[in-house]
Design a binder for this molecule. Structure first.
Ligand code: ZN
Length: 185
């Protein structure tokens, strides 16, 4: 980690590790000295980080530094969700709301809403991050899970029938099953 208060860094590490600790996946994670450029996951956190983002799976190994940006702090509503979600991407998990079996009844306000939420993203970018379903062929698919931490919250005013997903701030049973399947002993 390149910056940040110790309490924040310790909490980020604990949340990241919980993917492994709770699932028993065959992965090893250890925290090294700050600014160790040989680290595979190189984190910039609040207050320097201005957005949340990372790379999918082993793409992180070909990325510059930092390769994980986390702009929230403990106490903020989306902190746990965001840290777990971004680490999920690093472990190779894709967006659950874009699961081939997801059938979210988006209404016509949703595009504009997510464009703003994603910091003024283009329609193409919003489709890529939120609406387009992933091609099944590229996925390890264990079934759609609206409780996954990889699912964006869905506000009821963005769907045609008030359907919603809250802030999934804990790893779901299926999140943990996926880890065991992807990283077996
Ligand atoms: Zn994401």
């Amino acid at each position: 980690m390149s910056n940040g208060r110790e309490a924040l860094k310790a909490r980020i590490y604990e949340l990241g590790r919980s993917w492994i600790d709770l699932s028993g996946a065959n992965l090893l994670m250890e925290r090294v000295e700050d600014n160790d450029q040989s680290a595979e996951i190189r984190i910039c956190c609040a207050p320097e980080a201005y957005l949340n983002g990372t790379h999918l799976g082993t793409n992180i190994l070909e990325s510059g530094s930092p390769n994980l940006m986390l702009c929230f702090e403990p106490g903020e509503e989306l902190f746990e969700f965001t840290v777990l979600h971004e680490f999920g991407h690093i472990f190779g998990l894709d967006h659950e709301h874009q699961h081939p079996e997801a059938d979210i009844p988006w209404n016509d306000r949703a595009m504009q809403y997510y464009a703003r939420e994603l910091g003024g993203a283009s329609e193409e970018e919003v489709r890529k991050q939120v609406f387009n379903k992933r091609p099944s062929a590229d996925l390890v698919n264990i079934g759609y899970d609206p409780h996954s931490v990889m699912h964006y919250p869905v506000e009821p005013f963005l769907t045609t029938n008030g359907w919603r997903v809250g802030i999934n701030a804990e790893l779901s049973e299926k999140d943990l099953s996926f880890m065991r399947e992807a990283y077996p002993h």
